[in-house]
Design a protein around this ligand. Sequence first.
Ligand code: URA
Length: 285
Amino acid sequence: MTSHIQLRSILEWHQLVGVDETITSKPVNRVSDLELQPPLDTPINLKSSVSVESPFAKSKTTSPDSRKKAELISKSSRDTLQSAPDIAASANSVEDLRIALENFDGCTLKKTATNLVFVDGNDSAEILFIGEGPGAEEDRRGRPFVGPSGILLEKMLASIGLTRSNVLISNTVFWRPPGNRTPTPQEIIACLPFVERLVEIVKPKILVPLGGAAAKSLLGETQGIGRLRGRWFEFKTPNLLCPVISTPMFHPAYLLRTSTQKRAAWNDLRLVRKKLDEMQLDAPA
Ligand code: URA
């Protein structure tokens, strides 16, 4: 019989690996084949200078059989990664991109998530906010920023005269990282072609990465968000005729924990408002 102490250890283990809610009465093992995850032997550049170490170094104890299987899976997953830019490039609308993502199996987060969480708001918005990754509430409802961070984001938008219906909101990854952990570089790389294509399709006037993970992956910067916020950068892809200007901000989840940074966030919001106003003035009548 399982002792009280064992049950407690099991619960503690679940908490540690990010199991924070019950979805069905019976357990479903959706990660059973995750241990055969591919070694990404080639370091990949995340936009520019962030190089990624392979987290799947070959173990000396792996049997020839499982190594062969892992190599096969490795190849098919590398193919998926390589085809992600082609799949994303073939989408010509936000809806096409959503359908492409529904059929895309190149990001391992999909295996543990309940729903795809892609975009919310207005497809023809002038401003696009990119967060880090969906949380529990977003995963349940299939919409970005509908949990506590979303409530604060809406207040932040309102403070500069914006609402969800005149901005577009998305994330660097489109499935919830278990336990709300930060997405890994591999997960971000898998989704990056779709984020880039989203910017190419929407062509916003301003791109706002929310938090360090989004700022680093979109802008190819290595500094922390504290040094990146309050400044303007250019977001470029080969398919964008002109770069999109971009200013990173603190993530609302961070602001919920660190109220001393709200003043800085307010300054960043005013920076965005000022730029939007200047651009509207500059636009031909
Ligand atoms: N945090 C994010 O980064 N994205 C969401 O969609 C929700 C919370």
